[in-house]
Design a protein around this ligand. Structure first.
Ligand code: SF4
Ligand code: SF4
Length: 147
């Protein structure tokens, strides 16, 4: 089952829900959604338990909960690729992949667009639907990768 299917079925299983909106980017995602919503079956007890366990694990994770929506990116005066930088950080924080993380960081953060180039205007934080402390996380990224 896809990650999206777990999320959509979780919401659709809640009392009082008549519509679940799903952002889809391609035909495969649409077909996936149709496959389990056509003859919808609410989550069973075992599936509910699995979701609770996943919530517990994610809640204890120190990774940055960025959804890569990119809402923060367009208005950044320094054109910092914020979600790509957070993705690089999560490689190290979540999986201990220090080398891969560093490579991903320097692929995402060209000269002049590095985490340390942030001027703390906080335009990105106003746009972030997850209310992430982007500037603080960028300071951490600069310490992690640029020293
Ligand atoms: S606070 Fe930093 S990352 Fe955010 S928009 Fe301003 S310069 Fe870009
Ligand atoms: S707006 Fe927030 S959640 Fe979306 S990509 Fe930017 S940091 Fe991540």
């Amino acid at each position: 089952m896809s990650y999206a299917s777990w999320a959509i079925r979780f919401v659709a299983s809640l009392d009082g829900i008549i519509t679940v909106l799903s952002g889809m980017s391609n035909i495969q995602q649409m077909e996936d959604n149709i496959s389990y919503m056509k003859d919808f079956k609410p989550l069973n007890e075992e599936e509910q338990r699995i979701i609770q366990e996943a919530q517990r694990i994610i809640g204890h994770s120190a990774t940055i909960p960025c959804t890569a929506c990119h809402y923060c990116v367009d208005g950044c005066p320094k054109q910092i690729r914020i979600p790509d930088i957070f993705s690089a950080m999560n490689k190290e924080i979540g999986n201990g992949q220090a080398e891969e993380a560093k490579t991903a960081y320097f692929n995402a953060a060209a000269e002049g667009h590095r985490a340390s180039d942030c001027i703390e205007c906080r335009q990105c934080e106003r746009a972030c639907p997850q209310h992430l402390s982007i500037t603080n996380n960028l300071k951490t990224a600069a310490k992690m990768f640029e020293n």
